[in-house]
Design a protein around this ligand. Structure first.
Ligand code: ADP
Length: 502
């Protein structure tokens, strides 16, 4: 049985995994780069080891350095979190070779599902609907033209090794096809060292809905319902919620069955996510599988009442899944906002730097998964995600109201964040009514990117100006002189205030 887990990650997810380790009485081992010596996960871990310089490829992507620490520290398992080495088939294999448990699927499942073309072929065989398009890679430009003439515009060109929206191009007009084909290929080569691309139909009014699954090594697979992830910017998720406002009980049943079939077809073991694209007619298509824990996993944990990291550890220990599909229910509604150190009004430019103050929201129905603290300097080398704020309510409306309250309480100074931007989303009628698709941010850009110093921001500025003026006056006013040296400073302060009011 696993006793000591090395967490091969950083930031909020490393802390989140270590929290479950602590609850299970397991020892956690942290690893850190030069830029992360003072990071929260290093402080939280039971032990922590240096693995290399700041750039990820020299530290968090350095397999051999991480494996060396695992052996040296006596860790019997490695949890990769998300990003970095989490979907690296070679790393899963290397762990196995070194006799260390990789908390995730086999290298075979990772390669099957990590390569989008192979995944499309596997799903087609398993009877899971995939987005109409090719199931082989397209190398020649004339072939790309033939295919697009066949399936019709608009189309998406996608990198087979793709992820994070890289190597993906939307083509609406025929004259954009060849330039987009070339850029998608070269972007894929730069990002993944593989320029294989394929073409699929662009689904109009798309909704991104995914299913969380858990699979043990004895062939039992269950799903933990859906997550709605259609609030996106540049094809990347910003807000996630469960249940999906679009979902019907029949559709949930049907998609859940397909998600389980998809995991079985990949011989899957562990926690994973089957992503689907759904149109307005509620027709759904397999998009891809993520063979790891997702950033948005907490909304599922909150509504289904399951600790996904503990389930991952149990599965890695070879234990059979104790959860049964018929016992699982969705209780209430949860929303997650991703909080980034970035400037939404300047093209979401990342904002590394010193956090001079932070007030974290608390209270009923609020979960906060973060890692920055006052005095911490957010490094420039990694993803600018600084925390995830999760609200829960009996109903969707209560969950929205709670998220609005939590965002209001959340204060960070020193670096710019997207908190205000998220607050504005909570007030947009289409979001409140649950009537949105992946075009939401684009469609509502006039309300989301307000000119500076108007609305509530103007009020905030006025209040700050009054406060500065008040502090300034208080400093200048001489309190009355008293002969009694023992006069209370409280009284003294009160007298200053009464003078000011006059
Ligand atoms: P990546 O792995 O790079 O994140 P995905 O295939 O998961 O790429 O797609 C990311 C997002 O791009 C989806 O959530 C969706 O918003 C959009 N998208 C992808 N494929 C299509 C499609 N065929 N039609 C419409 N939108 C799509």
């Amino acid at each position: 049985m696993i006793k000591k887990i090395l967490v091969a990650n950083r930031g909020e997810i490393a802390v989140r995994i270590m929290r479950s380790c602590r609850e299970l009485g397991l020892i956690s081992v942290g690893v850190f780069s030069e830029a992360d010596r003072k990071a929260m996960h290093v402080r939280y871990a039971d032990e922590a080891y240096y693995i290399g310089s700041a750039p990820s490829r020299e530290s968090y992507l350095n397999m051999e350095s991480i494996l060396e620490v695992a052996k040296h520290s006596g860790a019997d398992a490695i949890h990769p979190g998300y990003g970095f080495l989490s979907e690296n088939a070679k790393f899963s294999e290397r762990c196995k070779e070194e006799g260390i448990i990789f908390i995730g699927p086999s290298s075979h499942s990772i390669s099957t599902m990590g390569d989008k073309i192979t995944a499309r072929q596997t799903m087609t065989k398993a009877g899971v609907p995939v987005v109409p398009g090719t199931t082989e890679k397209i190398m020649e430009e004339f072939r790309a033209e033939e295919i697009v003439k066949g399936i019709g515009l608009p189309v998406m060109i996608k990198a087979s090794a793709g992820g994070g929206g890289k190597g993906m191009r939307l083509v609406k007009h025929m004259d954009e096809l060849i330039p987009s084909f070339r850029t998608a290929k070269s972007e894929a080569m730069n990002a993944f060292g593989d320029d294989s691309v394929y073409i699929e139909k662009y689904i109009e009014s798309p909704h991104h809905i995914e299913f969380q699954i858990l699979a043990d090594r004895y062939g039992k697979v269950i799903h933990l319902f859906e997550r709605e992830c259609s609030i996106q910017r540049r094809h990347q998720k910003v807000i996630e919620e469960t249940p999906s406002p679009l979902m019907t009980p029949e559709l949930r049943e049907e998609m859940g069955k397909c998600a389980v079939a998809a995991a079985k077809a990949a011989d899957y073991e562990g926690a994973g996510t089957i992503e689907f694209i759904v149109n307005d007619n509620l027709e759904f298509y397999f998009l891809e599988m993520n063979t790891r824990l997702q950033v948005e996993h907490p909304v599922t944990e909150r509504v289904v009442g399951v600790d996904l990291v503990k389930e991952q550890i149990n599965i890695a220990n070879g234990l059979p899944l104790e959860l049964n599909q018929e016992d699982l229910h969705q209780n209430g509604h949860a929303i997650q906002c991703r909080i980034y150190a970035e400037d939404p009004d300047h093209n979401f430019m990342p904002q590394p730097g010193l956090v001079t103050h932070i007030t974290v929201p608390l209270g009923l129905g609020v979960r906060y998964d973060g890692y920055v603290y006052e005095g911490y300097e957010i490094p420039m080398y990694y993803d600018p995600l600084i925390s995830k704020l999760i609200s829960w309510g009996k109903s969707r409306q209560e969950s929205i109201a709670r998220m609005r309250r939590a965002l209001y309480e959340y204060k960070i100074t020193g670096v710019k964040t997207n908190i205000k931007f998220l607050e504005r989303i909570m007030d947009i009628p289409d979001f409140i009514d649950g009537k949105y698709n992946t075009h939401f941010i684009e469609t509502n850009s006039d309300k989301l990117f307000q000119p500076k110093f108007c609305g509530t921001e103007c009020e905030d500025m006025a209040l700050i100006a009054c406060f500065i003026d008040y502090i300034d006056k208080i400093g200048k006013i001489q309190p009355p002189k008293f002969t009694d040296d023992l006069a209370s400073t409280w009284k003294d302060f009160g007298r200053k205030r009464s003078i000011l009011r006059l």
